[in-house]
Design a protein around this ligand. Structure first.
Ligand SMILES: NC(=O)c1ccc[n+]([C@@H]2O[C@H](COP(=O)([O-])OP(=O)(O)OC[C@H]3O[C@@H](n4cnc5c(N)ncnc54)[C@H](OP(=O)(O)O)[C@@H]3O)[C@@H](O)[C@H]2O)c1
Length: 300
């Protein structure tokens, strides 16, 4: 299977490497130059446009930033649509709006090109380990065709429904992820203000009913005050905006999500939008005038 791969960011770079490692013939495109050499060294062919990545490809994977970016690489000048042959399947693994997904899918279908939305969860760690959870929308026959490639990227692949359904499920994931992140921050704040070492709290609670991916992965980073991004606040805010817009269309109140969106906005307003989502802690610390600090170095 020949794969065109577009977008070598935090997620795309390790994902493309996993495809090369699994033995696929991979042509990669990235807008900026720095990640290209890394993929060339790993064994991918580097090409100079999304159209070139799509030429001769059976599957084209895109993982860029937002709705307009997927539109751009798929339908814009030198986009996938200019290079893809009939029967190619485009698999968009970015997190974007379900509505835009359906629009792009419709225009590709007019040219005989299939489309699946297949956003992912599991973070940079999951991308590196090839253990992502992949939420797929679109024609099940197209999913069967691309499944061997997706199996090199993720451990759980769930067909959620028609085109756009993967994005809807991904937004459900983002609602759960961001509210759990807030819960971890509040637990740390409570331990600190109550005079208990937050590292001890994490050690005990992360083996019990309060355990979560956020507690295990983000909690120790918060304690180390390591706010470098696995997932940037700017991207989290994009996803929360997509979820809130979609909820508004459905007349669905999501008060918890609206709150965490505002708290992230306060971190962004201090110039920290490029930091990881664990920097949500800073908003809580500012509200309470408390700094979370451990007496013993966090272990994870
Ligand atoms: N990071 C995570 O933990 C995570 C987890 C799940 C899902 N996601 C989703 O996965 C997607 C990528 O996230 P990421 O963390 O990998 O982001 P990132 O590190 O910011 O990388 C974004 C990539 O997209 C490219 N890009 C953006 N707009 C483009 C355009 N208009 N034309 C061509 N290339 C464009 C960028 O190219 P340049 O190098 O030229 O800027 C870069 O390679 C997002 O939709 C995000 O929401 C991320």
């Amino acid at each position: 299977m020949r794969i065109g791969f577009i977008g070598l960011g935090i997620m795309g770079r390790p994902m493309a490497k996993n495809l090369v490692r699994a033995g696929f013939d991979v042509a990669v495109y990235n807008r900026s130059k720095p990640p290209r050499a890394d993929l060339a060294a790993a064994g991918a062919h580097v090409v100079s446009s999304p159209a070139d990545a799509a030429r001769n490809a059976d599957v084209v994977i895109t993982i860029v930033t937002d709705s307009a970016d997927v539109e751009d690489v798929c339908l814009g000048p030198s986009g996938v649509i200019e290079g893809a042959k009939q029967g190619t399947v485009v698999v968009d693994m970015s997190t974007i709006s379900p509505e835009m997904t359906r629009r792009i899918g419709g225009l590709l279908a007019d040219r005989g090109v299939g489309m699946l939305d297949a956003p992912v969860s599991g973070g940079e760690e999951g991308a590196v380990a090839g253990s992502l959870s992949i939420m797929v929308g679109g024609d099940a026959r197209n999913l069967d065709r691309v499944r061997p490639a997706l199996q090199a990227l993720g451990k759980r692949i769930v067909h959620c429904g028609p085109l756009g359904a993967g994005q809807t499920v991904k937004l459900c994931n983002q609602i759960a992820v961001s509210l759990t992140n807030l819960a971890v921050c509040e637990a740390l704040m409570f331990a600190q203000r109550s005079g208990v070492d937050p590292a001890k709290m994490l050690e005990a609670v992360s083996a019990g009913a309060g355990a979560s991916w956020q507690m295990t992965n983000l909690g120790p980073r918060m304690l180390r005050r390591d706010f470098s991004p696995g997932f940037k606040i700017r991207l989290q805010q994009k996803d929360l905006r997509l979820a809130l817009e979609s909820a508004r269309e459905h007349h669905l109140p999501l008060p918890g999500l609206a709150l965490v969106h505002q708290l992230f906005a306060s971190v962004e307003s201090t110039g920290c939008g490029e930091e990881g989502t664990q920097a949500l802690l800073k908003a809580l610390e500012k509200l309470a005038n408390v700094k979370v600090e451990t007496g013993s170095p966090p272990t994870a």
